[in-house]
Design a protein around this ligand. Structure first.
Ligand code: DGJ
Length: 674
């Protein structure tokens, strides 16, 4: 077992790093030199420079870091390995720093944040679990046997990406949601990443995570250093839900901006699927009015509001309101929205520029391009080089002006294409460092601004972004059924209050599928709840359902933000999940069945995490009836709800959803035992 393996030392498996001197010779071999243990503020201050890091709460008293310094005996390279723990947060943070201690430049081509060798477990076969997909179907969980050889996932487009979430887990083959061993590794980083596991000839499984090596190279002058992003590692013997509990605790107690850790999130109504590029001051105010009537709390003007932007072919970079659509600017509209009782939010895509824009015409050199090559356009846009301090400065000025000119309480910060034609091997990482610097500066200047990250949906939903954007638009997929596997997979990594989930119109704009309003609302309820549709076109009956769910969400959201998210069942055709309040006295349970079953045996939903002895009342919610038809379906012991489950009444048709509220019921008669 190796702690930070070097190549060329008799070690034939995946190395953790790769660097070469200017004469072409490989740096290699690392020997222990010294170590120290830091605690409190001293530990918290020892962090990867310019990269996302945890904010332990309080005086950092419960923060400890082990630093191990290693050296190449041939000289010229020092690597420090860092291991940090936050008391009460069941994860280990790892990162490292490479120092060029020689007198010649050094080129770093790979530097893993963490490498972990899991001892061989010959009698206990293992599985590997990853989260994969594409636009509109992000983070579907894929699990398969861990076989000898290398299994690696990379992103190469400059962001963590739609295709592979920065995450890898190794589970015992028998591990389920609630039982068995699981180990997970995830990079706190938003750029190109690589997560891998390699099984060697003896069954040792080496898990690694780091900046993606594709095209990466970093020049270090003598005396200079390179820090890796941190990686988070966790282990649980309580199955995948155990791993999620650890990771969710980490996000909630250490990663999210402290300002937002304990704040409930507003119910958003977003203009995108209502009006697309055709937003204007009248339809925005009308949408806010409709939103107020169904209990929304924040109106977001999505794409289309800025100068000349009528489709996706122009104007990114020209962040001034379009005078035809908003003749009075944004401020009076924002105030009107506020008078209706909603906050005002705005979509921006600051990292991009359209070739057809005033910004590009005045600063073509700000777009990422490789000299002598054609810059590939995607969605008709180019990427600004955020590694350039002048670009960062410009964006900070432009965004500050927007925030100072109108009472904007929320940004949806979008990013809609990959980076191509990077000028050097450093471009992509410098870009991400620039993005973090900009986000850091902006959130310091506007600490109460709520930023929801977005990247063509969930294309950059990672722990790096969550350090500044306390919520992320999970996916452009708003169809209630296609959302199920996305939310299921995302929930392994992310607590529900970080995952944007909106009710949209039917037939769904992407899939053309029609589902009931209640189904769409049940699917979204436990997450960062909101709406994304032209409410004026909805029927009175559906609007009543939305009003009911806004009310339910308001009642439940503090509990959802602090409670424990538990995946219950996710077989083909049935998804169920619950959130259990701290203390275990209350729970919300959701179940969605994608297809009706003819003449089927009665189904049940088995809960988890309840107190076996305690009695609970289970209320079945009937959203159609505005609460009037809710009824206590049963009162029974936690043991019965976990061992036998809540019986599910047969429903007609496809896409049915059920919602139950479970409350501890100390004095009730036990009845309705299933
Ligand atoms: C992609 C986002 O994911 C959508 O929600 C929307 O904001 C569009 N961009 C706007 O162009």
């Amino acid at each position: 077992l190796r702690e930070y393996p070097s190549w060329g030392t008799g070690e034939m498996r995946e190395p953790a790093w790769n660097a070469r001197r200017s004469d072409g010779s490989l740096a290699g071999d690392l020997l222990y030199h010294s170590h120290q243990i830091l605690s409190g503020p001293e530990a918290a201050a020892m962090r990867p420079q310019g990269l996302p890091w945890v904010h332990p709460t309080g005086d950092d008293g419960g923060f400890h870091t082990l630093q191990i310094d290693c050296r190449d005996p041939a000289g010229g390279v020092q690597i420090s390995l860092f291991y940090s723990v936050v008391e009460g947060v069941p994860v280990l943070l790892r990162w490292c720093r490479l120092v060029n201690s020689g007198s010649e430049p050094l080129e770093v081509r790979a530097l893993a944040s963490a490498s972990v060798d899991l001892p061989a477990a010959v009698d206990y076969p293992r599985d590997v679990l990853t989260l994969n997909g594409a636009w509109a179907r992000e983070r579907h969980a894929a699990r398969g046997p861990l076989v000898p050889g290398l299994h690696a996932l990379e992103s190469r487009g400059g962001a963590s990406g739609h295709q592979h979430a920065p995450f890898i887990a190794v589970l015992d083959h028998e591990t389920t949601e609630n039982h068995g061993q699981a180990r997970a590794l995830s990079l706190i980083y938003s750029g190109n990443h690589r997560h891998s596991v390699e099984v060697d000839q003896y069954g040792v499984a080496r898990m690694q995570a780091g900046i993606g090596p594709a095209g990466f190279s970093w020049n270090l002058e003598p005396g200079a250093s390179l820090d890796t992003p941190a990686a988070v590692l966790t282990w649980s013997a309580d199955g995948l839900n155990g791993v999620s509990a650890n990771l969710h605790t980490f996000v909630r107690q250490a990663l999210l901006p402290p300002r937002w850790r304990h704040r409930d999130r507003p119910i958003v109504v977003n203009s995108w699927e209502a009006h697309y590029f055709d937003v204007n001051q009248d339809n925005v105010v009308a949408l806010a009015r409709e939103g107020a009537a169904i209990g929304a709390e924040l109106l977001v003007v999505d794409d289309g509001w800025f100068s000349g932007r009528n489709d996706d072919r122009s104007s990114l970079g020209d962040w001034v309101p379009d005078t035809g659509k908003f003749p009075r600017g944004l401020a009076p509209v924002a105030r009107e929205v506020e008078q209706l009782g909603l906050q005002f939010g705005l979509w921006v895509e600051p990292e991009m520029v359209s070739p057809d824009s005033d910004l590009y015409r005045s600063h073509p050199e700000w777009a990422i391009a490789a000299p002598g090559r054609r810059a590939t356009e995607a969605r008709n846009q180019l990427v600004l080089d955020l590694g350039n301090p002048a670009v960062q400065e410009h964006l900070f000025t432009v965004l500050t002006k927007l925030l100072e000119d109108a009472p904007i309480r929320y940004f949806k910060w979008d990013m809609n294409r990959n980076i191509t034609e990077p000028a050097t091997g450093e471009t992509m990482h410098r870009y991400i460092l620039g993005l973090y610097a900009l986000l850091d500066r902006l959130t310091r200047a506007f600490p109460d601004l709520l930023i929801e990250g977005c990247a063509g949906g969930g294309g950059r939903f990672d722990y790096g972004m969550l350090a500044w954007t306390p919520q992320f638009w999970t996916s452009d997929q708003t169809d209630g059924i296609a959302r199920l596997p996305i939310q299921h997979g995302s929930s392994i990594l992310f607590p529900p209050e970080t995952m944007g989930a909106h009710v949209s119109a039917v037939p769904n704009h992407i899939l053309g599928r029609t589902t009931a309003a209640a189904t769409r609302a049940v699917v979204a309820l436990c997450f960062n709840f909101g709406y994304e549709l032209d409410l004026a076109k909805e029927s009175d009956a559906d609007r009543a359902v939305y009003r009911r769910f806004s009310g339910l969400y308001r009642e439940l959201r503090s509990m959802l933000r602090t409670g424990r998210f538990l995946r219950l069942r996710s077989t083909e055709g049935v998804y169920s999940w619950m959130v259990l309040a701290e203390g275990g006295g209350q729970a919300v349970v959701c179940r969605v069945q994608t297809q009706g079953q003819p003449n089927a045996a009665p189904a049940t939903v088995r809960l988890t995490g309840l107190d076996r002895q305690r009695r609970y009342a289970v209320t079945q919610v009937n959203p159609q009836a505005g609460g009037a038809d809710d009824h206590v379906a049963m009162v029974c012991a936690g043991a019965a709800l976990m061992d036998l489950g809540i019986p599910v009444a047969a429903t007609r048709g496809d896409y049915s959803a059920q919602l139950w509220l479970v409350t501890s019921h100390q004095n009730a008669e036990t009845k309705g035992t299933p």
